[in-house]
Design a protein around this ligand. Sequence first.
Ligand SMILES: Nc1ncnc2c1ncn2[C@@H]1O[C@H](COP(=O)(O)OP(=O)(O)OP(=O)(O)O)[C@@H](O)[C@H]1O
Ligand SMILES: C[C@@](O)(CCOP(=O)(O)O)CC(=O)O
Length: 201
Amino acid sequence: METTAPKLILLFSGKRKSGKDYVTDFIHKRLGPELCCILRLSAPLKEQYAQENGLDYGLLLGPGSYKEQYRADMIAWGEQRRQRDPGFFCRLAQKSATRPVWIVSDARRLSDLQWFRSEYPSQSRSVRVEASQETRRKRGWEFTAGIDDAESECGLDQGVQFDWTIFNEDSAPPLGEQLKELLSLALERAGVDESSTFSSQ
Ligand SMILES: Nc1ncnc2c1ncn2[C@@H]1O[C@H](COP(=O)(O)OP(=O)(O)OP(=O)(O)O)[C@@H](O)[C@H]1O
Ligand SMILES: C[C@@](O)(CCOP(=O)(O)O)CC(=O)O
């Protein structure tokens, strides 16, 4: 399938185990696969890294502990490529975009946001997913020096005005409520009448 020109690009970022995949999957389900697609900047990175090192690409993509063994090395490997060309993984990831609403689930660096904003200024919006350290720990996160204090996790901690911040915690309002405005914008940009789809909860 050919890349589809985007009507809206939602650029998600957040710390490890904040729930970026969970929240982006939620939006994907709510909007449906006809309207939106999830793009992972780390997908082409992991694919190439897995090939070069004889690893399991599927497991590197998943939420389990497998990828954590390789994270530090994958970061260093990806950074070498980004130094030569900061848009390298953005350009590769967008090739698999086949729907009008693009959900980028893992923006990590200012250069990721800058690349999309400069290519697609009127379509790009940034979304931060937040969760407390306690909640992230319950989801399997453990502070790891060299990872959690490095650019890959902290590159967007400062200097970004996010269009939305989503609190992915049991104690926060339901995701459907927090994402109401974002979902409405996506439907509007995709030319869908909201009342004909889902009731906004
Ligand atoms: N609101 C939630 N309710 C229940 N489980 C959740 C929620 N948010 C996240 N989780 C679970 O927590 C784990 C981590 O979430 P997820 O993989 O979405 O985080 P992430 O930010 O993409 O993490 P990473 O990129 O570090 O792997 C997953 O097993 C996911 O199903
Ligand atoms: C290597 C890296 O892409 C791993 C991302 O894994 P995940 O999105 O946390 O599953 C992080 C990076 O781009 O530096």
